[in-house]
Design a protein around this ligand. Structure first.
Ligand code: 2P0
Length: 382
């Protein structure tokens, strides 16, 4: 289990590697942290020695992820506890920056998303997350929060994953909380399930866990980004937010699809195949399992009542192009999360060719190039 001290040192290393100057380790008195693990759903205050030097401000960046074996259905909606484990790749370049300032002069939280004041439902979600951090840290001040993503948000590109991973890191830093990576992952999960995975870079598994309180439901890194030089191409077929969000979509599916038990039954084998494929870097095994799991998730969503269809004609055209590229010998495989965008896995040396093959497809608005990316990074503020 990672100690808090190790986490902070590693974050510092990541920051330096990213070439963005020295990290402010002075924000923490590291000697206070003994690595004891708190329950992620704990509404109590952290022990006094786990809240140190409240800086008031913190900033962090995190990247989106694409799920290869997907999270679709919660056994506990309040705590974002999934029925199944899931595995993802963190996506380099699809990034959210978060800055949090606890400010005694504020009467209420001031929340901005991409330069615009958060809408009522977004604000409620962000403030509830801050409340959790306030309860755990004992900080009572309201916060000024700025969140910026460099890709279409709420459109099936896992913006909530990068948002809550960055937000959790920035807010806990601002509140002076001393957390391990595992604790940060479990905390980010409370904001959005998939955010648990974006805390880590590379190839990441979120463990479903069994405990009712969620203490064993957090992500862990299966392999770092450099483990496998995979190319990832993202075909953006719509930039506007989806009609039905993931939260409502998975709740409706779990409750209203007669096939939901079948989804749970088939998921384990896909999870195992994806895990094994990553271990031995077998793209055919990985791609086939990812496509199978993706299609099963969308099939079960389609059979919810009323049905959920996240695709548009461009989505289907890209899927068909991927299949035809494969017939021509290009090792390309798709996955689609809860939205119309398509993420394509391929060998890095074929990434440009795949992107060229996708650009001409009707309905494709933009093509983004990615690869396995790094985990959450603290950023110096001020
Ligand atoms: C995933 N998705 O594994 C799956 C696949 C979308 C399809 O996790 O309710 O935004 O905030 O926990 O994490 C998107 O759902 O949902 C998602 P909440 P989240 O990536």
């Amino acid at each position: 289990m990672t100690s808090c001290r190790a986490q902070d040192i590693r974050l510092t290393e990541r920051f330096r590697t990213a070439g963005q100057g020295p990290e402010s380790t002075s924000a923490f008195d590291l000697s206070c942290c003994d690595g004891r693990i708190i329950a992620d759903n704990d509404e109590r205050r952290l022990a006094p020695d786990r809240v140190v030097n409240v800086m008031g401000s913190g900033a962090a960046r995190a990247q989106a992820n694409v799920a290869l074996a997907k999270y679709w259905g919660k056994r506990n909606e309040a705590l974002n506890l999934p029925y199944t484990g899931s595995i993802s790749i963190t996506l380099a370049g699809l990034e959210t920056f978060a800055q949090v300032d606890f400010d005694a002069s504020l009467q209420s939280d001031s929340l901005e998303l991409n330069g615009v004041a958060a809408k009522q439902d977004e604000a409620r979600k962000l403030s509830s997350f801050l409340d959790l951090i306030r309860r755990q840290s004992g900080v009572s001040r309201r916060a000024r929060v700025e969140l910026r993503s460099n890709f279409p948000v709420a459109a099936g590109l896992a913006s909530s994953a990068s948002t809550f991973a960055a937000f959790a890191a920035a807010a806990t830093r601002a509140a002076g909380m001393c957390l391990t990576d595992q604790e940060l992952s479990a905390l980010a999960r409370r904001g959005s399930g998939s955010a648990a995975r974006s805390v880590f870079g590379g190839f990441v598994e979120w463990l479903a866990g069994e405990a009712d309180d969620g203490t064993d439901s957090y992500a862990t890194q299966l392999a770092p980004p450099e483990h496998w030089d995979l190319g990832i191409v993202v075909a953006v077929t719509a930039a506007e937010p989806k009609a039905v969000g993931s939260r409502e979509g998975m709740a409706r599916t779990a409750k209203e699809s007669p096939f939901f038990p079948v989804w749970l039954q088939v998921h384990d084998a896909d999870l195992e195949a994806v895990r094994a494929a990553i271990r031995v870097r077998d793209l055919a095994l990985l791609g086939q399992a990812a496509e199978r799991n993706c299609l099963a998730m969308h099939a079960v969503a389609l059979t919810a009542r009323p049905p959920l269809l996240y695709w548009n004609p461009g989505t289907i055209a890209v899927m068909q192009r991927v299949w035809s590229l494969r017939e021509q010998g290009v090792e390309a495989y798709f996955s689609i999360d809860a939205g119309p965008q398509v993420k394509i896995l391929c060998p890095m040396e074929q990434r440009d060719a795949v992107a060229d093959g996708i650009r001409g497809v009707a309905g494709v608005q933009r093509v983004l190039l990615s690869q396995p990316g790094s985990g959450v990074q603290h950023v110096e503020v001020g």
